[in-house]
Design a protein around this ligand. Structure first.
Ligand code: ZN
Length: 418
């Protein structure tokens, strides 16, 4: 029996007093984060080693006894511990990126002015469909999700740019095993800044409502820049911009839900490549080279694909669909799906290309989708031979880096040239 993670996002309607408490919690989260980040940086400068989460947890107990931080003792410990945990997670992610040779993106200090107030409470939270029970605050009116019968594992609370509070409740649900009989599987190719291509030949574009809203968003951004800093006009323009940002995020989420639902309902087996870690997706220079001045737009679309794969994996398990991920570093877009020939290079702008070995004309996305499918199917067969528990969306396959039909050494030479 597999478990799936779900997130229920609900809008909160706190009273004035509850709103003040939420702001206080967010303040405590911010203070703890900044204090812990400064401590880590100082410790690293002095000893060249990293402080651990546990060391910081102990240090916090001592620190909050001091007279300037008595206000912290009134805040539930879980809120402050949540901040330490968030920071630890951010550091781990940065180190992981360093190891992979990407831009590290180390944690930054949080400014009250930036307005991204949030905090996490890693504990059970109750939601009855109308109210959320927040430790230390009590029942807060809420709307938007379905009541959660099972216990949540953690809850994140955040204030958006418009100034409204939200709760993201994370919980796990037990699921029946997915159907893994030999039925039609499809490969899904996602490329930042481009349409999604299925191995069946179908392409899916991002909703046109989103692109329309993006144009509007750019206008509103310009409107903010035209106002005087600190003026009332600036405040109102920023509010309008925040509202449009939220709107576009909702549209995007809607579209992601629709597309992922359709995919998992129709196809019993989906093979995808992990997005967002391809070389060009993380390299701003090549993004600019590919999309001209539209690097920002490309990054947005990148986030879209990430959200889409997450939803596909979440929905797949309960829809009886096996969602298989193959690693991002496989050269699925430069390998010929017919003969297995691996090209040394394929410029980002090239959409149609001819295989030098077998003479097949390929459409970039379609060829990649077919490669993704064949890798996934082969890996599935292999894992079944190993008698692994089937079904659950999982990351397969870490040691062997060949594609179907592509020789090991050919691949190695191709990756050396990259
Ligand atoms: Zn070929």
């Amino acid at each position: 029996m597999a478990n799936a993670h779900r997130i229920e996002r609900v809008r909160l309607y706190p009273t004035a007093a509850q709103r003040r408490q939420l702001e206080n919690y967010a303040g405590a989260h911010r203070w703890t984060w900044n204090w812990a980040l400064a401590a880590r940086e100082a410790h690293f400068a002095a000893h060249e080693t990293s402080l651990s989460y546990y060391e910081q947890n102990r240090a916090l107990t001592v620190r909050q006894q001091q007279p300037d931080t008595v206000w912290l003792t009134g805040i539930p410990r879980r809120v402050k511990v949540g901040a330490l945990r968030d920071l630890d997670k951010a550091y781990r992610a940065a180190f992981r990126r360093v190891q992979r040779g990407e831009r590290p993106g180390f944690p930054r200090f949080k400014a009250r002015k930036r307005g991204d107030a949030s905090f996490e409470i890693p504990a059970e939270t109750r939601f009855d469909g109308h109210r959320v029970k927040i430790p230390g605050i009590g029942w807060v009116r809420a709307r938007g999700g379905r009541a959660i019968a099972m216990s949540t594992t953690t809850a994140r609370y955040f204030r958006d740019g418009v100034g409204d509070w939200w709760a993201a409740l994370r919980y796990t649900v037990p699921l029946a095993d997915a159907d893994t009989s030999e039925v039609s599987a499809i490969g899904v190719h996602l490329e930042p800044g481009h349409a999604m291509t299925l191995s069946t030949g179908e392409t899916v574009n991002e909703s046109r409502y989103v692109s329309r809203s993006e144009r509007k968003l750019r206008c509103l951004k310009r409107a903010v820049r035209r106002t005087q800093p600190g003026s009332g006009n600036r405040r109102r323009a920023r509010r309008r911009f925040a509202r449009a940002t939220r709107h576009i995020a909702n549209q995007r989420r809607d579209w992601q839900h629709q597309v992922s639902r359709r995919l998992v309902d129709i196809h019993p087996r989906l093979v995808m490549q992990e997005p967002g870690t391809t070389a060009h997706a993380n390299d701003p220079e090549s993004q600019r080279a590919v999309w001209g001045g539209r690097a920002r737009r490309a990054r947005i679309s990148d986030a879209t694909w990430g959200g889409l794969t997450r939803l596909i994996r979440e929905k797949a398990v309960s829809a009886g669909c096996a969602a298989v991920m193959i690693p991002a570093e496989m050269p699925t877009d430069v390998t010929c799906c017919r003969c297995g020939h691996v090209r040394a290079t394929l410029p980002e702008l090239v959409n149609i290309w001819l295989c030098e070995q077998c003479g097949t004309l390929h459409e970039r996305g379609m060829n990649a989708a077919r490669n993704i499918l064949s890798v996934g199917v082969r890996e599935d067969a292999r894992s079944e031979r190993r008698r692994e528990a089937p079904g659950d969306a999982k990351r397969l396959w870490t040691h062997d880096k060949t594609l179907a039909g592509a020789g090991e050494e050919r691949l190695a030479s191709a990756s050396r040239k990259q």
